[in-house]
Design a protein around this ligand. Structure first.
Ligand code: V47
Length: 390
């Protein structure tokens, strides 16, 4: 890495951003090392506002994890169970998985996001039927299912090429791939935290194949454990390089590490300052990725709300039943209502835009830093405090 040379000053990087120049690896490391978080945040916010103004995206989505049985042994994972008979291991029947969606049909999501363990004993038809069943229930539902790590596992287990796996799943209803499984690409970290699943090159190759087939995907970075700032910058640059080639990534999602109940439980979780800095540097480095997502489950709704002024323009969605972060000690609720998301975005001074998975506008809400109803509640609360004090 070039970082043995003196790093550029913040002012040099700032001037480059204002000139619209692409940032280098050394610039990225310098931004991570800049002690004044506000300066980095302000710069990232200027880029965010140039691209999106106040617009802040969210969707009506739901998460379904059909199995937590997983043959991989990732150090950061608190969700996986090695075998089906272990306490806490669970694999849904297809009927149980479809019922999760059926139960939501009074106020249906526009997207279902499926992430699973790497189960060695299910037939490929289970996954095809899963997708077909979801589409039978709601034909216009967007299916964002299976990380590149799962696609790699399917290719090995069922002896198919990546393209064959994706073609078959697409025929069954798959619309796009979520970004999970990226972790940290650099081998110095990846071999220590997740050595027995898709490598960085395999992960990126699957996204490349998906993009070539016309599918959009997201990508992530799991930060705040044993990696250095240099590893984070290396990761971001690998995303940027593939995006230059294909243009297929819709959003980059930094995921804050949660330590409870996993192989790195002795490490502290990243602080809010690290969260905000990582969002900001991602926005500044990824000049070719449209959206930076502040995933409220991993950040907490409070930090996600602030991240909307540090470069993020998307806050994910309603979600409903998240379990991966719950298992790892997240204190975030497992779902937020539509109105709560609108309120979070509005009170951050932004305009809430309900989107579909491809960022088409479903509903544009009025911008209002403090909506009238919130003002009234605030006044009432303040009056009550004054009464108590007098
Ligand atoms: O792949 C697992 C991460 C990912 C922990 O594409 C952990 O729109 C922190 O990828 N602490 C799954 N992170 C979630 C994911 C995602 C989330 C939101 C939106 C999208 C999208 C994708 O969660 C896993 C892994 O990288 N993870 N355990 C943990 N203890």
């Amino acid at each position: 890495m070039q970082t043995e040379n003196p790093l550029p000053t913040f002012e040099v990087v700032e001037a480059k951003v204002h000139r619209g120049e692409r940032l280098t690896e050394a610039d990225g490391v310098a931004l991570f090392r800049e002690p004044n978080l506000l300066k980095v945040g302000l710069l990232a916010n200027s880029v965010r506002e140039k691209r999106h103004g106040d617009r802040t995206y969210f969707n009506k989505n739901m998460r379904i994890e059909v199995t937590n049985v997983c043959v991989a042994s990732c150090l950061f994972c608190s969700f996986a169970k090695l075998e089906e008979h272990m306490p806490g291991a669970h694999t849904m029947t297809l009927e149980e998985a479809w019922k999760e969606l059926e139960d939501r049909m009074a106020d249906p999501p526009s997207e279902v996001h499926v992430v699973n363990g790497l189960h060695p004993g299910l037939p490929f038809t289970y996954y095809e039927e899963l997708l077909r069943g979801f589409k039978r229930i709601k034909p216009d539902l967007h299916l964002k299912c299976f990380t590149a790590v799962e696609i790699h596992f399917f290719a090995e287990l069922y002896k198919m090429s990546y393209e064959e796996v994706l073609t078959k799943l697409r025929a069954a209803g798959l619309d796009s791939l979520p970004g999970g499984g990226a972790e940290i690409f650099h081998p110095e970290v990846r071999t220590r935290i997740s050595n027995d699943k898709a490598t960085a090159d395999q992960y990126l190759e699957i996204h490349r194949v998906a993009h070539r087939m016309g599918m959009k995907t997201n990508t992530t970075m799991l930060y705040g454990h044993i990696e250095t700032f240099e590893h984070r910058v290396d990761h971001i640059l690998r995303v940027r390089a593939l995006q230059d080639e294909t243009g297929g990534f819709q959003a980059f999602i930094p995921l804050a590490f949660h330590p409870d109940g996993n192989g790195m439980k002795n490490l502290p979780a990243p602080t809010a300052v690290d969260d905000l800095r990582t969002i900001a540097v991602s926005r500044l480095m990824l000049d070719n990725v449209d959206h930076i997502k502040a995933y409220w489950v991993s950040l907490t709704p409070d930090v996600a709300q602030i991240a909307l002024s540090y470069g993020a323009d998307d806050i994910d969605g309603t979600i409903v039943h998240e379990t991966i972060y719950k298992a790892a000690g997240s204190t975030s609720p497992s779902g937020l209502s539509y109105d709560e998301l609108v309120r979070l975005i509005r009170e951050a001074g932004r305009t809430p835009i309900e989107r579909d998975t491809f960022y088409n506008v479903v509903k544009e809400h009025a911008k209002s830093a403090l909506p009238e109803a919130a003002m009234k509640v605030r006044d009432r609360k303040q009056n009550r405090h004054l009464e108590v004090l007098s």
